[in-house]
Design a protein around this ligand. Structure first.
Ligand code: SF4
Length: 117
């Protein structure tokens, strides 16, 4: 089985042709550097994404912006967003504060990306 993906490792955006067998990457073509092959293996076998979101804060017009500390498995995004939506952080909040310590059993924290006094 072959899959076409675009590498997001740099602005060049190489078109990668990924050959898969039994769910594993057996060959990658079209990458201009080794990072493309690494990206293809990650994306085709265990895709991950950073998650960003806004949490409304009662009494404030400005919501709290948050993100996962590192990428999480793509199939955990919906669960992650549910947990973030249910979060009720108390003020004040500093950039980098942990809002959810282990979101959706990923072992990854959700942190604030701005101060909110
Ligand atoms: S394969 Fe290398 S050069 Fe091509 S987009 Fe990815 S990181 Fe950039």
């Amino acid at each position: 089985m072959k899959r076409e993906i675009t590498c997001i490792g740099c602005p060049l955006g190489c078109s990668l042709e990924v050959s898969l067998a039994d769910g594993q990457v057996v060959a990658v073509a079209g990458n201009e550097c080794p990072r493309g092959a690494s990206y293809a293996r990650q994306e085709c076998v265990h895709p991950e994404r950073m998650v960003t979101a806004l949490i409304p804060v009662p009494g404030r017009t400005t919501p709290l912006s948050v993100r996962t500390q590192r990428p999480i498995p793509k199939d955990k995004i919906t669960a992650c967003l549910r947990v973030i939506a249910a979060a009720r952080p108390s003020l004040p909040i500093r950039i980098g504060d942990v809002i959810v310590p282990d979101v959706a059993d990923t072992g990854v924290a959700v942190i604030a990306t701005r101060d909110l006094a």
